[in-house]
Design a binder for this molecule. Structure first.
Ligand code: AMP
Ligand code: GLY
Length: 437
């Protein structure tokens, strides 16, 4: 039977998800609800519409009209709005957790409290606040290493870290005041020092199948300078680890993901079905949890799905049916490097509407279209991360050269980080970890 699959979202992450569906041996038709015209995705779909995928009614009406059998939710906002719940109510299977479980991403306080309650290791010292009472005392407890986090979705912009965004307790107090003024709750926690990595696991509610570890680069400029972004690029090694990580550190992160999935099931009586994405930090005291996301990472999805060997639709069925333990999930032993080209002025004042030309890129399959639009027949930048390029090869060094070769052929007022995946930057990360251990 032909599967009718609905994908929500229209960034590079969703482009990579749809490419993975395309490679499936199972007959399928792909439908997409998008926020912008993404021709890379539209060309692969049986139907591509632009509408509000955060609106449960719009999504369920469309899905029932098209007899969709499986929905895959790319971004976090529809998860927060309960789109997965609404689709399951219509008997449509969903890769992406229900609203209550998506709190693992949508509420920092929920996640910290869940891990504490279920005695899962890796958490920082932390406290949650809805007023200024006790804030100064707790900052004094933490000393110089503290982080203030707005307790909700903020596209990576709600977190302020000491030494980075906050120079003193005075700065931290001012940010807390600002949050209280807006009626926002927040978490203050201990700052970890080390190297960050992403460890994503497919999860059917009970069983987990882990993906390769990936490292993202949040800062906009080379050498990790400038403001934070959604992620400028990522890499992963051929052994599915990262050059600065020890085997036991990956195992620890996998274990924390499994324990967290178990805790969610215990807490709500039903399990998390989707991608459980742990943001970890390797520190001198072991692996620590920075945050959870309830979806594929972007750009991490491009790294892992580019080397996925197993039929992606078998994995999706495993997730929705609770039979993931029977699926042999395998990835090629290849290194991957992904780099994003972004508009000039990104992230604070990105230009928009300028034409870009991708025709000189030799390997079109290495391109993943993201925040683009088509105006008068021309491909233009839509203001956020524009297009991602992925290099896949035997080593990170070779994969980086491929990604660099292709991204340099993109024409238009864009820029990208030249250092991601280079031996020089990787050595710096290894040295940093060595200095901590
Ligand atoms: P989050 O939205 O929680 O991922 O935070 C965004 C970024 O802030 C992370 O990618 C980290 O770089 C940083 N961050 C968050 N929490 C901590 C922490 N406890 N220690 C150090 N850095 C952190
Ligand atoms: N790579 C960061 C994110 O997907 O949130």
């Amino acid at each position: 039977m032909t599967k009718k699959i609905l994908v929500l979202g229209s960034g590079a992450r969703e482009h990579s998800i749809i490419r993975a569906i395309e490679r499936s041996s199972k007959p399928n038709k792909i439908f997409c609800i998008a926020s912008n015209m993404n021709p890379g995705i539209a060309n692969l779909c049986d139907e591509f519409i632009i509408d509000d995928f955060n609106n449960t009614e719009i999504v369920t009406n469309y899905a029932t009209k098209k007899n969709i059998t499986l929905a895959i939710i790319g971004p976090e906002n529809p998860l927060q709005k309960g789109v997965a719940d609404a689709l399951w109510n219509e008997k449509i299977k969903v890769v992406g957790p229900k609203k209550e479980l998506a709190q693992i991403e949508t509420s920092k306080a929920f996640t910290r409290n869940l891990l504490k309650k279920h005695k899962i290791s890796g958490g920082p010292k932390y406290k949650t606040f809805d007023s200024m009472v006790g804030v100064l005392g707790f900052l004094e407890d933490l000393g110089d290493n503290y982080v203030v986090k707005f307790d909700g979705l903020a596209g990576g912009k709600g977190v302020k870290v000491s030494g980075d965004h906050l120079a003193s307790h005075k700065d931290a107090l001012a940010y807390c005041e600002e949050l209280i003024h807006k009626n926002h709750e927040f978490v203050i926690e201990e700052k970890f020092i080390g190297q960050e990595f992403s460890l994503m696991s497919f999860c059917d509610g009970e069983n987990l199948k882990h993906m390769p570890a990936v490292q993202d680069h949040k800062r906009v400029f080379d050498n990790d300078q400038g403001p934070n972004t959604g992620g400028m690029g990522t890499y992963s090694d051929a052994d599915h680890s990262l050059p600065f990580l020890r085997k036991e550190e990956i195992q620890k992160a996998q274990y924390i993901n499994q324990e967290t999935a178990n805790a969610l099931k215990k807490e709500f009586g039903y399990g998390f079905k989707g991608v459980l994405y742990g943001g970890f930090m390797a520190t001198k005291d072991g692996v620590k949890l920075i945050e959870y996301n309830a979806r594929f990472g972007d750009p991490e999805a491009m790294n892992v799905l580019s080397i996925l060997k197993t039929d992606f639709l078998d994995i999706c069925d495993g997730i929705t049916q609770g039979t993931l333990d029977q699926i042999d999930v395998q990835f090629k032993n290849k290194a991957t490097v992904c780099k994003y080209a972004v508009p000039e002025g990104y992230p604070d004042k990105p230009i928009k509407g300028e034409k870009i030309d991708l025709s000189k890129v030799e390997d079109q399959d290495s391109l993943f279209y993201a925040s683009v639009d088509v105006i008068d027949g021309a491909l233009v930048e839509a203001g956020s991360r524009t297009v991602a390029v992925v290099g896949v090869d035997e080593t990170i060094e070779k994969a980086e050269k491929l990604a660099q070769r292709e991204i340099s052929k993109i024409k238009g007022p864009l820029f990208y980080r030249k250092d991601i995946g280079t031996s020089k930057l990787i050595q710096k990360k290894i040295n940093h970890m060595d200095s901590l251990r």
